[in-house]
Structures are given as C-alpha cells and as structure tokens.
Design a protein around this ligand. Structure first.
Ligand code: APR
Length: 270
C-alpha cells in the first residue's frame, strides 16, 4: 500500500490506472457527502438525540422501543439531505461515469452505502443503494411501500419534540419506517448482487469516504482483491480497508476526485 496526500502531485502509476480503466466500481460511504454538510455516522449528535450514537438509533430494536424518537431522527435527516447540494466529489464521479459511457466497453458503477440521493442529483446513475434510500418509506409490519409528503422540518434546527410515525394506509395497523437497512437487517439482495457482479468485472475499484467498518458492504472491495484488481482508497483518515488497498489518497473526496480526473485528462483543467 502506498499512502499519498492530496497536496502531492498525483503519481504516474495512479494517473495511468485512472486513465486506462474501462470498467470502474466506486464504493462510496458517508464521507463523500460530508462536504455537502451531511454528518457522518460516527460524529457526535446533538438535540433530541445527544444521548444516542447513530448506531444506537439505526436498529429495529431502537425503533420498536421508541418509534417516535427514531422516526423523527430519520425525518430530520431526510429534511437535512433535501436541503443540501451535491459536492465536487459527487460531480466528479458523475462526469467520469458519462465519459466512460462514451468509451467502447466502458462503464462506471457507483455502489453506495449512503441513503441520500446526492449521487443522483449530481447526475450519476447508482447501481447499488446498499443501505436503501432515506426518502423512501414502507410499513414496518406489512412491508408495503408508500409515498409520504416531505418532512416538515427544515433540516437544520433539530425538532424540539419527537413526532410519531404515521400508520400504514394499506394494512392500517403497522407504523411507517424509512426504507433503509438497519444494523442486523439484510441488504437488498439485488443491489448487493449487482454491486458484487460489477466488482468481479471491474478493472479498477475505488473506496471513497467509507470507514470500511460495516459489513457486508465493507467486504465488497475484497472481491476485487481476489482478482488482483487495483484498489484506490480516497479518505482523509486511515480505515479498515487501508491495509488491503494499493493506494490510499489522504484528503477530502471533493478535492481528491476532481484532482484525479484532471491529472488523468478526464476532466478539463481549470
Ligand atoms: N472525504 C472523504 N472521506 C471522508 C470525508 C471527506 N470529506 N470526511 C470524512 N470522511 C471519511 C471518514 O474518515 C470515515 O472513514 O468518511 C468515513 C465515514 O465513515 P462512516 O461514518 O463510518 O460511514 P460509512 O463507512 O458510510 O458507514 C457505513 O454505517 O451506520 C452505518 O448504515 C450506515 O451506511 C452507513 C454505514
């Protein structure tokens, strides 16, 4: 593994990997949305939730114990996500995806652990939403999806009181929940399988803004490793994946990804 800093010039080997790659998988985590203002999962919380870590709220047990507390946390995060914009990291991936789509046999697959839609709003197609989508909802009992109006929070000021989740309009008995994957729950099989297949076919894998702590998403890069596919990590900090990757570029993804694309001649120089 070779560690590089965002302030260094991108080395020739990395430039060549990015320039020559035709089939790219980018696995993203909370870090890619951090520069948009979405707090990552291991940050200290405030307001109604200051006594809880995100991991304590993101479980079926937490929801069953206190549906209003968990529901309000997710609705507030949904409002926060709706109020922020994609950043230069999201935009760089969307551009790279478009450029590779014009190359014979080329593609770039984004597989994200993020429940936000910032990749899509930057113009990228997402192959796998491994942990679901915060703006989608389903009944906690019967499982029927339902469209809900946007949350009434502004996304910045934490609500003073928890709000109860609405009842399901189909079975009329269950409570609604976000259509996301909580700790201990199964990942959506189609998203996970599509992401695995893409990594098995890739000639370059990037792990961007993920701590690599949450399985099974964190094991996806290993599928590339089995085939000797080069892996580049983009993250300001060392992670659980660092020892496995070929290059670790230390810096915020909103700076590193545009820099990589520029160095490889995929994005024009400013
Ligand atoms: N650019 C790139 N990476 C960043 C940036 C940035 N600007 N800022 C922070 N990071 C990195 C952190 O160093 C950390 O390694 O983003 C990572 C965020 O880690 P987590 O909060 O653990 O996010 P993630 O890996 O996506 O977590 C996985 O955990 O709680 C669950 O379901 C939730 O999808 C989430 C999963």
């Amino acid at each position: 593994m070779r560690e590089l800093s965002v302030s260094e010039e991108v080395p020739d080997e990395v430039v060549a990997l990015v320039r020559e790659a035709r089939r790219v998988v980018v696995l993203t985590g909370a870090g890619i949305s951090a520069e948009s203002g979405v707090p990552t999962f291991r940050e200290v919380q405030t307001g109604l939730w200051e006594r809880f870590s995100a991991e304590e709220l993101a479980t079926v047990e937490a929801y069953e114990n206190d549906p209003a507390l968990v529901w309000t946390w997710y609705r507030w995060r949904q409002a926060l996500i709706a109020a922020v914009e994609p950043n230069a990291g999201h935009r760089a991936l969307a551009l790279w995806q478009q450029r590779l789509a014009d190359v014979d046999g080329g593609w770039l697959a984004v597989s994200t652990q993020n429940v936000d839609d910032l990749h899509e709003r930057a113009g990228a197609d997402v192959l796998g939403h491994l942990h679901g989508r915060i703006a989608a909802h389903r009944c906690a009992d019967c499982g029927e999806p339902d469209e809900l109006p946007p949350p009434e929070f502004d996304g910045f000021t934490a609500p003073p009181e928890p709000v109860d989740p609405p009842f399901c309009t189909h079975c009329e008995e269950g409570l609604m929940r976000p259509d996301i994957v909580w700790f201990g729950e199964m990942l959506p099989a189609s998203d996970f399988d599509a992401s695995s297949a893409a990594i098995r076919a890739a000639d370059l894998v990037l792990a961007v803004g993920t701590s690599g702590m949450v399985q099974p998403a964190a094991s996806l890069p290993l599928l590339g490793l089995e085939r000797g596919v080069p892996i580049i990590e983009v993250n300001p900090q060392e992670t659980e994946l660092t020892d496995l990757v070929d290059f670790a570029i230390r810096g915020p993804s909103g700076e590193v990804l545009p820099q990589l694309l520029q160095a490889a001649g995929i994005a024009g120089r400013r």
